[in-house]
Structure formats: structure tokens, C-alpha cells
Design a protein around this ligand. Structure first.
Ligand SMILES: [Zn+2]
Ligand SMILES: [Zn+2]
Length: 258
């Protein structure tokens, strides 16, 4: 029982740092923060993502490529161009790795305004550190007296970040409903997205990629957005007002007037 609580906590804490810091901040710059808070969220990501820590810089570049080339041959991951889920994950891993190690040429448009903390990223991504994290996960299972048949769950702890990426990159591009007709295959997995913390509202996000709230329709709920609003209110971050939100408001106002 406790093991499942630990798995649930790790799921949400790891996913929160990925969606809040890597996705909405590093890749899309939906809000800004000062250097001190940036370092704080780097460290938080290291603790919560643990064995599968992702570099915000490398993730940011790869994710910007995904938006720019969604479902074309240049997309780093697409169910349209990868035969199956595992092939897609393997290709994603290789693209990420070549960006992380600077062994590929990245177009200048993808590298603007990215957080960078090179030595920290290298330390957190070091193989020995990753193995140490797996050791900590095993130790927690032992301390909680977990039955042997629950031990395979440690694999999910170890690959948590890529596991979340796989759910969105594969399933939110193949099943679900759409609000916006797009050239890509993006879908919304669930209207109230508690499992993927709003990331599942992927069709909305592809349409309005600068918007911090992934929900669009009244009944759609992105649980991270209230947290973003709270952090904005507390001056931890400063929300940027994307053009689309202004346009949307103008549309709404026009409707009221009409
Ligand atoms: Zn996508
Ligand atoms: Zn995105």
C-alpha cells in the first residue's frame, strides 16, 4: 500500500517539475522567473525526477523542434513516422542525447532564451548518479517491506520522465478528441486531466502553444494552471500574456457586445 503511495507521489512530483519547469518554462517561456528561483526549480527537478532527470535546455530544444515540425519527418517523435512506441522512444532518446552532448547542429531559432546550468545538468545526468537514484528507490522498497512482486515497479521510477513523455508523445497524438483542426495529429486525452497534470490537453496546447492554461473549454481542467496563478500571485514567477489570450478575450468581448 505504502509502495503505491510512494509511486503516486513520485509520479506527480516528477511530472509537475517536467510540465511546469521543463515544458511551460524552458521550452515555451510562458512565464519568467529570476535566477534564484530558476536554480531552485533545477534542484527540485533533480530531486523529483531523480534517475530520469532531463536537462531543461536539451528538453526545451527538442520540444521546440516537436512543435515546429509536428508529425513530419523532422519531428523528434511522432506516431506517424515511428512504427511503434518503442521505436519512437528510442529515436527520441537518441535525439535528446545528441542535443545534450552538443553532437548535432541545432537551428539558432530553437536555442533562444533557454535556461542553462551546464555543470549541474552534467552532474544530474551522470550515469553513476542515475544508478545511485535507482539504489535509493530499491532501498525505499526494502524499507517499506514491499512484496517481491511489486519490485518491477522500480522500472517505472527509474524511467519516470521518458515514461510520461511516451504517454503524451504517442497517445496524445493518436487517441482522444480535438477542439482544433490542426495539420498535426495532436489530441486531447481527457477533458479533466488529473493523471497527466494538464499535459493530456495536447490538442489545445498545439493550437495555443504560448498559453499557460492547457484547458480551453469551460469544462476542461488543467490542474497545474491554478498553481501557476498562485506562483504568479506570490511573485515567484511572472506570467507572460500570450497574444492568443488577448485575441481570445477580444473575441469574448465581441461576443458579449454582439
Ligand atoms: Zn505534440
Ligand atoms: Zn509544448
Amino acid at each position: 500500500m505504502w509502495v503505491l503511495a510512494v509511486l503516486g507521489a513520485h509520479w506527480y512530483l516528477s511530472l509537475f517539475t517536467q510540465t511546469f519547469f521543463h515544458h511551460r518554462y524552458a521550452a515555451h517561456r510562458m512565464f519568467t522567473m529570476n535566477e534564484g528561483w530558476e536554480k531552485f526549480f533545477y534542484i527540485l527537478s533533480f530531486f523529483f525526477q531523480g534517475a530520469s532527470y532531463l536537462s531543461p535546455r536539451a528538453y526545451g530544444i527538442m520540444h521546440r523542434m516537436h512543435h515546429a515540425y509536428a508529425d513530419t519527418e523532422l519531428d523528434p517523435h511522432s506516431p506517424k513516422y515511428d512504427a511503434n512506441l518503442f521505436k519512437m522512444m528510442w529515436r527520441t532518446r537518441n535525439t535528446y542525447s545528441s542535443i545534450f552532448h552538443y553532437t548535432t547542429t541545432v537551428e539558432a531559432k530553437f536555442t533562444k532564451e533557454l535556461p542553462e546550468w551546464t555543470w549541474f545538468d552534467r552532474m544530474a545526468s551522470n550515469f553513476v548518479i542515475r544508478i545511485l537514484w535507482v539504489g535509493i528507490y530499491v532501498w525505499i522498497y526494502i524499507a517499506l517491506d514491499a512484496p517481491w512482486w511489486l519490485y518491477p515497479l522500480i522500472i517505472i521510477h527509474a524511467i519516470m520522465g521518458p515514461f510520461h513523455g511516451m504517454i503524451i508523445n504517442w497517445y496524445a497524438h493518436s487517441i482522444g478528441y480535438i477542439n482544433f483542426k490542426m495539420k498535426d495529429t495532436s489530441r486531447n486525452l481527457f477533458p479533466v486531466d488529473l493523471i497527466m497534470l494538464g499535459e493530456g490537453l495536447h490538442n489545445n496546447h498545439h493550437k495555443h502553444s504560448g498559453r499557460a492554461n492547457f484547458g480551453w473549454k469551460k469544462y476542461e481542467f488543467d490542474p497545474v494552471y491554478p498553481i501557476i496563478k498562485l506562483l504568479n500571485w506570490a511573485n515567484v514567477i511572472k506570467l507572460r500574456r500570450p497574444k492568443v489570450e488577448v485575441e481570445h478575450q477580444v473575441e469574448e468581448e465581441a461576443e458579449v457586445i454582439g
